[in-house]
Each structure stands twice: as structure tokens, then as C-alpha cells.
Design a protein around this ligand. Structure first.
Ligand code: ATP
Length: 938
């Protein structure tokens, strides 16, 4: 239900809420720290309306409808119709206008369907927010937010309503959408009494349309929908239209070029007819018009748009949501995929397998997030002091986590988690030792968090311990070690020496080489009352407690996808925040790394490299490890500089620049932040690397389908033009086999559905065995034109003219081609034969165009049902034209003997076989080229 946009959520909404205390804010908005109840929020949605901006006004549907009847070509046809009427050929005038009408309707219908497909995709991407309602944190759709709701904010979240902060921890907000200032601003929860600021500058207010750059917080919603600051300026930004993709632009260009060529040819023929033949002026004009209509590919652009939209729908089914249509075509050109490891190549389902503390190591049993299992020492006799160390490590690990374990609802359900899998795995391992998060947290309540950051690669939490405080910290071992000065062994403290440091690193490497992800845990008791402003004030001189090593198995589909990429000559570069040896081990398991000595470049190495050095390193097998998002950006930039088309994955806020910079930014749908999703071109709903490869395959298929129907449409132009050419050059001694009306019935009748069917071909076998297409390559290539106009087109023309003469020859004019009767029943039945020959050869032609290189047998003769529907539609239309008297009169056909169909149908396989033969030769030449380029050694 949409509420009245004029109703303000409360009068208080218009007031500044910055100076109220938190309890005053609660009273003002009739809410509490446990949030609204379900009933109350439903009531408020009724009262204040949905939290959405009023939709931008699109161009009126009528204007868009009319646009299909008023473009250059349409105007030409309207005028052509008028001339036909003036020339006393009302039949033709009506036909030309009908053509225009059908064509316009068809284009509009395709445009409309493409738009609906794009709208449907947008609906697959609702924005979600986390709120506290009924005392629990819930994920709701952003449009259900109401004033009084408590929003839970964390790094990367898109803020969907204006709010007053009631809690903030290291919170920084990117307000650039409102202020243009890209530097994130610090926000706090305290009341603010100074009133000399503009509303946006208040540090305790957050605004819709902005996003959380770092930190966490809670905010009471104070304004929603059009009442937010963003809503007030949204009107200014609405109505921006999506630009045409390069392919669509090319199609506009192609259609325009072909129109110009067609019109020029038409004019040329007009003059040839009036000078070379005795054809009347009016008839010459009509012929010229026919030529133009025959050549102009009117339906090409809307069919391309539809093919792109259909491609994006197919990608959505394969878990890849496309945000811009042009991304569909770029995807097909991707030559490098820069991918994260955790969650994309691996399952992001962590299970702790090993724990190491100075003096002992332990094995952890159990599967998944079920906290059933044991932690057993790897050695038989172990001091009780070491067991205390283990217990301390588990307490530290769980308290320094934000994840939660969710028990199953039914016996058969598995345990699930809320939050970060790395942290959940630590909670599970701790539970196995009998360390329960809730109990520990009530004993040592958390008072502050220094959130995880992919640059620091660690996080810490501050807890109360009686009157003192205690800090727990966890993170990447080397980062943690840099902050420690002592270690715990047998419940006693020792200074960290070089020996123990190198022992810790050796153990870390040993785990990492098995593909395990390793985290170090540390702690520190704080007894003095030092002011703690930021993490640096406390994160030093820590006590090292131990290492936790967890398994994150590769996704099962990934190895196959990696193989596909290798065949398709697409490089895969792993760019991970994880440790080099862990990354290498996983990369080897899934086949990204095949050589003995891949190059492992760390973030620190990258900092030392200049661009030229990096370019050199980017040639062989390479893994980037322990990198931060800035490094990812650098790698993407350099790859693009070397001419690669780069797809890059990302999930965090800091990944946004790299996602934007890449040709295809790929955000993770499950673990990705809103900011990453916003910056990306494509969103993976399953976070799976294999889905990127599937999307690339679909992207390649869309492009080749567009080529297929373009080729198909161009081919039938030849047999439409040849009769005119013969007629003109024979000075009208060869009768015109296909007049304007039959041509129109092909272009706007029989050809339509088969062309659409080619647009929905599934990916051709072997489409991923070719190198990536060059982004600059055009749809209309020389080979496409040669195939259409100089190979398939002439075969079709031969069929059409021979069918035309066949009817004369079998009716007393054996062997004659000149001076045949050009009117009367025999002529009209010969025209019927010629028209039917176009249709039967188009059956062979549509099947021939289903594949570019591979044999139709490999693609499966019946794998695209639409094609057979298209063939059926062609046959029905031609039968109507030939046998229904009304259409016979309009189109100018007459029936011919039934046995002639044998002659006509023989042409369909003839054309297909000829094309199969050509493809076979092409494949042979390709194979020969490959074997000779590899020196003849296979
Ligand atoms: P990828 O970049 O492939 O997704 P990643 O998850 O390892 O890999 P980051 O999330 O940037 O990348 O993490 C970098 C490192 O930070 C990890 O290898 C781990 O050592 C440490 N780390 C990850 N999550 C946490 C966490 N919740 N708390 C503390 N340290 C963490």
C-alpha cells in the first residue's frame, strides 16, 4: 500500500533531532531499544506509506508507441503508400501502409517485452535492511522501513531512511551522494547542541542514499520515502535514461547505412527501368520501392534489444543478474577474470580442523556448524596448564566474534549461522570445548569493538572484567604477531623471541600449505585508565595465545568452470586477502595453478613494484595474496592498460573502485555489501565463480545469436533482389519473379518468427573453445556478408529462379527464359512457385544459421523448439498466401500442381547440406591452422 506522500511521519520529523537525548528520541518516535513490534510497524506502513521514492516518470507509452511509426524509414513508407494511391495502385498503397503498421507494432512489442524483462530483473534485486523488531535483528525489504524502526548499520550497508544514531562504533559514512564530498565523515550517537550546521552536517544523523564506509551503529528512523533528505533532491535526478549499448548503437548505425544503400539502389533501379525498359513511370517507382523495402532490415534493432534482454534473463536463471544490457555483450569479450577466493572459489563454510598453542597442537572433529565434536590433543600426555591455554584461546576467539549459531528447527535441518563464517567456525570449535558464547559474554560484557577491516586484516573487542578491561583480538597471523610482545604457555607469560616467532610462522605455513585458513588469537588486560580513542591506543603489546586453522573446501562446480575458462582462453587471476600458501594450495586443487612455481605476489610486494614490473609479472601464472582492495584496483588498471577485458569480483565497500574500474564488476549477492552491489555491473545470487563463467558463455551466445539472425535476414535479401536485377537487365524480357507484394509477405510475414527463434538459440557447442572476441569486432563482418550475399543468398536465388522457370517449363515453355507470359494464371502460379521456394530455402537457411562453425548435428536438430515453431509459422503463412483466394489476389499468386512441392522441398536440405559442407571445410582449415601453428605436433 502506498501511503499519502503528503502525510509527514510526525511533526517531529521536520524538526532537527540532533539535540535530543536517546530516551527523548525513543519517546518522540514511540519506540524503544527492542524496536517496534510487528503490528506497530504494519500500522505505521499504512499511515506513512512505503519507504520508496516516487518512480521517475518514464516517457509516455503513447509517445514511445508513436515513435515506432515516425522514424525515417516509416515516414518513407507512408509517403510511398501515398504515391501508390496517386499512381492508382490502392492495393499496393494499402499493403505498404500495412507493412508499416505491422512493422511498427512488432517493434513496439519487442521493445515492450525487452523493457518488461529489464523491469523483472530489477525486481529480483530488492534492497534489504537490517532492523531490530520485537527485540530481534531481522532482514526486511527497505521499502517496509517506518519511522521509529531501529536500523542496524555495518560496513558497506546502504542507508535507506534518515535516522538519528543511538549507538555508533568507529562509524564513518560516505555522504557523497548528498554532498559530493567523497571523504567519509565520522558519526557519533551523542546529542549535539550546536545548531549552526546545515542538517546534513550533523554528526548524529544519518541519511537515506548514503552508505556506511566503516564501523557499526544503530539508528532510529526519523524520516522515510520522499520525506528524507534524499527524497527531496531525488526529483532532480530522476528521469535519466539508460544509454544505448555499443551493440545497439552499432545496430542503429547499420540500419541507417543499409537504408541509405537500399534507397540509393532503389533510385538507381528506378532510373534503369525508365531508361532501359518500357516499364511505365508508376510501375518503375513501385519496383524501386520494392527494392528498398526488400533490403531495409527494419526489425533488426528491436530484435537485438530483445536478444540482449533475453540473454540477461537466461543469465538470471543461471544466478547472474545483469544491471545494464551492455554488460551482456561485454561479458562475451572477457579475457581475464580476477577473482576472490573465499566464498567465490570456496564454499565459505569454515570448519576448524586444527588448533595450535605454544607447546601443543589439537585436532578438532565434527562437520559443518553442528557444535558436536571433540578437540583432542595430538600428543598423549599434556599438561593441564596447556588445556587452560586452549580454553583461554577459545574464550578469546568467541568473544571477539559477531557471528551467531542458529540451532536447527527440525531434527533433519542443519545448524546455520548468522554473520561471518570464519567467526562462526570459531564459535563452533569453542562450543566443542564447552565454551559457550552467551555465558562468557554475560561474564565479560563487550563494551567496544574495533571492527574488522580488510586492510588491517584483524579486529578486536574490549570487554569488562570486574573493574578492569580486557582486549581480545584475532586476525591474520602476521598482522597479529606484529602487535604481540609476549606469548602464553602453560598459563605463564614469556616474551616473544625470534625463535618462537619463527616457530609460529612455520606452523602457520604448515597449515596453510594444506589449504587451511589460519587466524591468530591474542589478548591483553588493561588495568590503567588510559583514554581509548582508537584501536592504536590499545592494540599493542598483546599476548599471543595461539593459531586456529580452518578448512574452507572449494566449491564442487569450480574445477569444471576453471577448465572451461582455460579452453576459452580466459585467464583467471586469484586476488585474495588470505595467505599466499593457503591461496596457492586452493588454486592448485581447483586447477587455476598448473605449473610448479607460480608467482605469488603479496600486497607488500605490489607496493614496491612500478607499473612496468607489474605488467611483466602479469604474464605467467600469478596469485595475489594478502592484498587490500587498493591493490586489486591497481591490478585491474594495469590489466586494462594491456588491452585485457577484465571481470573482477568484490564484496566489500573498498572493492567499489575496482568494481567500477573493471569492464565487468561482479558483486557477491549473498555476502556482498550494498555499496559493492551498487558499483557492480553484475551480481551473483549464489556468490559462485562458476556462475561468472556461465554468464560469459551466455554473453558469447547472445552475440553469436545476434549475428545469426542478422545473417539470416540478410540472406533472403539476395533472392528478393535477383528477380529485379534480371528483370531490369533483360529489359523486362525475363518476367519479374517476385514483385513488391510477395517480398513484403516474406519480410513481414514468413521471416519474422524464425529470426526471433535464432535470437534465443542456446549456447552453441564449442562456443567456449574459442578465444574471447575482440570488443571492437563488429556484428556485420566481411565473412557474414560473404556468407549471406555470395554463398547462401545465391543458392537461394538459384532455387527461386529455377522454381519460377520450372512452372513455365512444365507448362509448354520448355527451356525458354525470355519472352514468357508476364501476366495471367501461368505467371501468377510461377510467382507462387518462386515465393514458395524462398520459404522452403529459408527453412534450410534458418537451420544453417543455427550454428556458426559446428555441424547442426552437434547442436541437436531439435534443441531449439522456437525454430520449429518458426518453420511451422512460415509454412502456414505460405499455404494461406497460395491457397486462400483473398490473399492470392492481394499478393498476386495462383496455385500450382501439388507435385511441384517435391521440387520445392528438395531445396531445403540442398541448402542445408551445402552449408554443412562449407562448415566442414572451415573446421578442417581451422584444425590444420592449429596443428601447423603448433609445429604439427599434436
Ligand atoms: P578473499 O579476499 O579471497 O575473499 P579473505 O576472506 O581471506 O579472502 P579478507 O576478508 O580480506 O580476505 O580477509 C583477510 C584476512 O583477514 C583473512 O585471511 C584472515 O586472516 C583475516 N580475517 C578474515 N576475517 C576475519 C575476522 N572476522 N576477524 C579477524 N580476522 C579476519
Amino acid at each position: 500500500m502506498i501511503g499519502d506522500p503528503n502525510v509527514r511521519p510526525s511533526d517531529d520529523q521536520s524538526e532537527l533531532n540532533y539535540s535530543s537525548s536517546i530516551s527523548e528520541i525513543f519517546t518522540q518516535f514511540e519506540t524503544r531499544s527492542s524496536g517496534l513490534t510487528g503490528d506497530e510497524s504494519a500500522r505505521r506502513v499504512q499511515k506513512y506509506g512505503k519507504n520508496s521514492l516516487i518512480k521517475p516518470r518514464k516517457k509516455s507509452i503513447y509517445i514511445r508507441f508513436l515513435a515506432n511509426f515516425t522514424h525515417l524509414m516509416a515516414i518513407l513508407l507512408w509517403v510511398g503508400g501515398i504515391v501508390a494511391f496517386i499512381a492508382h495502385m490502392p492495393q499496393l498503397g494499402i499493403a505498404v501502409w500495412m507493412v508499416n503498421l505491422i512493422n511498427g507494432l512488432f517493434s513496439f512489442w519487442q521493445e515492450f517485452r525487452a523493457e518488461k524483462a529489464a523491469d523483472a530483473l530489477v525486481q529480483l534485486l530488492p534492497l534489504h535492511v537490517r532492523v531490530i523488531r520485537d527485540g530481534i535483528t531481522k532482514n526486511i525489504e527497505a521499502e517496509d522501513l517506518v519511522p521509529g524502526d531501529i536500523m542496524v548499520l555495518s560496513e558497506g550497508d546502504h542507508i535507506s531512511a534518515d535516522g538519528r544514531l543511538i549507538e555508533a562504533s568507529e562509524l564513518r559514512i560516505d555522504q557523497s551522494t548528498l554532498t559530493g564530498e567523497s571523504h567519509p565523515v565520522k558519526k557519533v550517537a551523542d546529542p549535539w547542541y550546536d545548531s549552526g550546521f546545515s542538517k546534513i552536517e550533523y554528526p548524529n544523523l544519518v541519511f537515506a542514499g548514503t552508505s556506511v564506509a566503516s564501523g557499526t551503529g544503530l539508528a532510529v528512523v526519523i524520516a522515510t520515502g520522499m520525506n528524507t533528505e534524499f527524497g527531496k533532491v531525488a526529483d532532480l535526478t530522476q528521469g535519466i535514461e539508460e544509454e544505448k549499448s555499443p551493440l545497439q548503437q552499432e545496430m542503429v548505425h547499420v540500419t541507417r547505412m543499409v537504408t541509405i544503400v537500399a534507397v540509393s539502389i532503389g533510385i538507381l533501379f528506378f532510373f534503369m527501368l525508365i531508361t532501359l525498359t518500357s516499364v511505365t513511370l508508376a510501375s518503375s517507382f513501385i519496383f524501386a520501392l520494392g527494392m528498398i523495402v526488400a533490403f531495409v532490415p527494419e526489425g533488426l534493432l528491436p530484435t537485438v534489444t530483445l536478444a540482449l534482454a533475453r540473454g540477461s534473463q537466461r543469465m538470471a536463471k543461471r544466478n547472474a543478474l545483469i544491471k545494464r544490457l551492455s554488460a551482456v555483450e561485454t561479458l562475451g569479450c572477457t579475457s581475464v577474470i580476477c577473482t576472490d577466493k573465499t566464498g567465490t572459489l570456496t564454499q565459505n563454510e569454515m570448519t576448524v580442523q586444527k588448533i595450535w598453542i605454544p607447546g601443543a597442537s589439537f585436532s578438532v572433529s565434527g562437520v559443518g556448524y553442528n557444535p558436536e565434536g571433540t578437540i583432542t590433543p595430538d600428543e598423549v600426555n599434556i599438561d593441564s596448564g596447556l588445556l587452560e591455554d586452549l580454553h583461554r584461546l577459545c574464550v578469546a576467539g568467541s568473544l571477539c566474534s559477531n557471528a551467531r549459531l542458529i540451532p536447527p528447527d527440525h531434527e533433519t535441518d542443519p545448524w546455520t549461522i548468522l554473520g561471518d563464517p570464519t567467526e562462526a567456525a570459531i564459535l563452533v570449535a569453542s562450543e566443542k570445548l564447552g565454551v559457550h558464547y552467551e555465558e562468557e559474554n554475560s561474564q565479560y560484557p563487550r563494551i567496544r569493538e574495533f571492527p574488522f577491516d580488510s586492510r588491517r586484516k584483524l579486529m578486536s573487542t574490549l570487554h569488562l572484567k570486574n573493574s578492569d578491561q580486557i582486549l581480545y583480538l584475532k586476525g591474520a597471523p602476521k598482522s597479529v604477531l606484529d602487535l604481540t610482545s609476549s606469548f602464553m604457555k602453560n598459563s605463564r607469560l614469556y616474551p616473544i623471541s625470534e625463535d618462537i616467532r619463527s616457530e609460529i610462522i612455520t606452523v602457520n605455513d604448515f597449515f596453510a600449505e594444506q589449504g587451511l585458513r589460519v587466524l591468530a588469537i591474542a589478548m591483553k588486560e588493561i588495568t590503567d585508565d588510559d583514554q581509548i580513542e582508537n584501536s592504536e591506543d590499545v592494540e599493542h603489546n598483546l599476548i599471543f595465545l595461539g593459531l586456529i586453522a580452518m578448512m574452507d573446501p572449494p566449491r564442487s562446480e569450480v574445477s569444471e568452470a576453471v577448465k572451461k575458462c582455460h579452453h576459452a582462453q580466459i585467464r583467471i587471476i586469484m586476488i585474495t586477502g588470505d595467505y599466499g600458501l593457503t591461496a596457492k594450495s586452493i588454486a592448485r586443487k581447483i586447477g587455476i595453478i598448473t605449473t610448479d612455481n607460480p608467482h605469488i605476489i603479496t600486497g607488500a610486494d605490489l607496493d614496491q613494484m612500478n607499473d612496468e614490473e607489474l605488467k611483466r609479472h602479469l604474464t605467467g601464472e600469478v596469485i595475489f595474496a594478502r592484498v587490500s582492495p587498493e591493490h586489486k584496483l591497481k591490478v585491474v588498471e594495469i590489466l586494462r592498460e594491456t588491452g585485457q577485458i577484465v571481470a573482477v569480483t568484490g564484496d566489500g565497500v573498498n572493492d567499489a573502485p575496482a568494481l567500477k574500474k573493471a569492464d565487468i564488476g561482479v558483486a557477491m549477492g549473498i555476502t556482498g555489501t550494498d555499496v559493492a552491489k551498487e558499483a557492480a555491473d553484475m551480481i551473483l545470487t549464489d556468490d559462485n565463480f562458476a556462475s561468472i563463467v556461465n554468464a560469459i558463455e551466455e554473453g558469447r551466445a547472445v552475440y553469436s545469436n545476434i549475428k545469426k539472425f542478422t545473417g539470416y535476414i540478410f540472406t533472403s535479401n539476395t533472392p528478393e533482389a535477383v528477380p529485379f536485377i534480371l528483370f531490369a537487365f533483360s529489359k523486362a524480357r525475363i518476367p519479374l519473379a517476385l514483385d513488391v507484394m510477395p517480398i513484403l509477405s516474406i519480410d513481414l510475414g514468413t521471416d519474422l518468427v524464425p529470426a526471433l527463434a535464432l535470437g534465443s538459440e542456446p549456447p552453441e557447442p564449442g562456443i567456449m573453445d574459442k578465444p574471447p572476441r575482440n570488443l571492437k569486432e563488429h556484428v556485420i563482418t566481411r565473412s557474414l556478408l560473404l556468407r549471406s550475399y555470395l554463398w547462401l543468398g545465391p543458392i537461394q536465388s538459384l532455387a527461386v529462379m529455377s522454381a519460377f522457370f520450372y512452372q513455365y517449363w512444365t507448362n509448354g515453355y520448355w527451356g525458354k527464359i525470355f519472352d514468357l507470359p508476364a501476366e495471367g494464371p501461368l505467371y501468377h502460379s510461377a510467382v507462387g512457385m518462386a515465393l514458395a521456394a524462398v520459404v522452403t530455402t529459408q527453412i534450410g537457411n534458418v537451420l544453417a544459421h543455427r550454428t556458426e562453425r559446428s555441424s547442426i548435428r552437434a547442436a541437436g536438430l531439435f534443441s531449439n523448439k522456437m525454430v520449429w515453431l518458426g518453420i511451422a509459422s512460415e509454412l502456414v503463412i505460405i499455404l494461406i498466401i497460395l491457397y486462400v483466394p483473398f490473399f492470392q489476389t492481394i499478393i498476386g499468386t495462383a496455385p500450382f500442381p501439388a507435385q511441384n512441392w517435391i521440387f520445392l522441398f528438395a531445396w531445403a536440405p540442398a541448402l542445408l547440406i551445402a552449408e554443412e559442407f562449407r562448415k566442414g571445410i572451415m573446421r578442417m582449415i581451422e584444425r590444420h591452422k592449429i596443428s601447423s601453428s603448433s609445429g604439427g605436433i599434436s
